[in-house]
Design a protein around this ligand. Structure first.
Ligand SMILES: [Zn+2]
Length: 283
């Protein structure tokens, strides 16, 4: 499943369509009928956690997408011949699992196999934001609100980080690596973790996910992080280096910090990985 940085990356790609009217098509599904968006103009796109919102001029105003395990959003240039209205005269072939297509004079947006594809009005968008926790990659995320949400719960910090209603955008890889970097035991109740440690954890989530957004993949290895930051500062792309994690998917192998054997256990909806030797902070 795409973690939040990937969905923010999708939003950035969809923003290439801003200001362009397009032909909307796709199979009607549930309450979603792509015809109601036909001829309208894309106004913007944003991510909140793992949810992607595409704003379209007119009412109802926003396409809400959640990609789940297999969904995909692609934006690419096309070279289709244009008709008198400035829009392509023909449609490209329909990919398998197409849920929504928006075709402008120059760009083709396609959404395939999402778990959610629906149109929301303003109240629906507000309700979605309300039920999602602060997202480390959103400018409007309040760090103290995120810390307070984590700190008031008796539930394990490893469960809280994946609960999108508590904080949003963190997936299983970031959970494992963030807790290892913070030396936090994933079983520690949120309320037992010192506020200062939660503040540092939140800031580390911002830092790591910002690099992930810029790189287009999850970078957590300290040396790779340094190299990726340097490239991003220079405005250069980050190559897809061989991925190195401290604990994620490393059950039974030695911890790179203390040598203890990495453990794995179902926690929340996914398997948590951690080192019992050095992730010992309980507050
Ligand atoms: Zn260790």
């Amino acid at each position: 499943m795409a973690e939040g940085h990937a969905v923010h990356g999708m939003a950035a790609r969809v923003r290439r369509l801003v200001g362009q009217p397009g032909r909307s098509s796709g199979p009607p599904s549930g309450s979603f009928d792509p015809v109601v968006l036909d001829g309208l103009v894309v106004r913007g796109a944003e991510a909140h956690g793992k949810h992607l919102l595409v704003q379209v001029a007119g009412s109802p105003s926003t396409v809400h997408l959640h990609l789940g395990m297999h969904g995909r959003v692609s934006v690419r240039r096309h070279r289709l011949a244009l008709g008198g209205d400035g829009l392509p005269r023909t449609d490209p072939p329909v990919p398998e699992g197409l849920a929504w297509r928006f075709l402008t004079a120059t760009l083709l947006l396609e959404v395939t196999r999402p778990t959610i594809c629906e149109v929301l009005d303003g109240a629906g968008v507000a309700a979605l934001h309300d039920r999602l926790g602060p997202d480390p990659l959103r400018d409007d995320a309040d760090p103290e609100a995120a810390v307070a949400r984590l700190h008031r719960s008796r539930r394990p910090i490893g469960v809280l980080l994946l609960d999108q209603g508590v904080v949003s955008g963190i997936g299983n890889i970031y959970r494992a690596e963030l807790l290892w970097r913070a030396r936090l035991d994933p079983h520690s109740p949120g309320r037992a973790v010192p506020v200062e440690a939660l503040r540092a954890l939140w800031q580390d989530a911002i830092d790591l996910m910002t690099v992930g957004l810029g790189a287009g993949w999850i970078v957590t290895d300290p040396r790779q992080l340094d190299d990726a930051r340097e490239l991003l500062t220079r405005g250069e792309p980050v190559p897809r280096w061989r991925r190195r994690y401290a604990v994620y998917l490393r059950r039974g192998r030695p911890c790179p910090r203390c040598g203890e054997t990495v453990r794995a256990e179902r926690m929340g909806l996914q398997t948590a990985y951690w080192c019992p030797g050095c992730q010992v902070l309980h507050g």
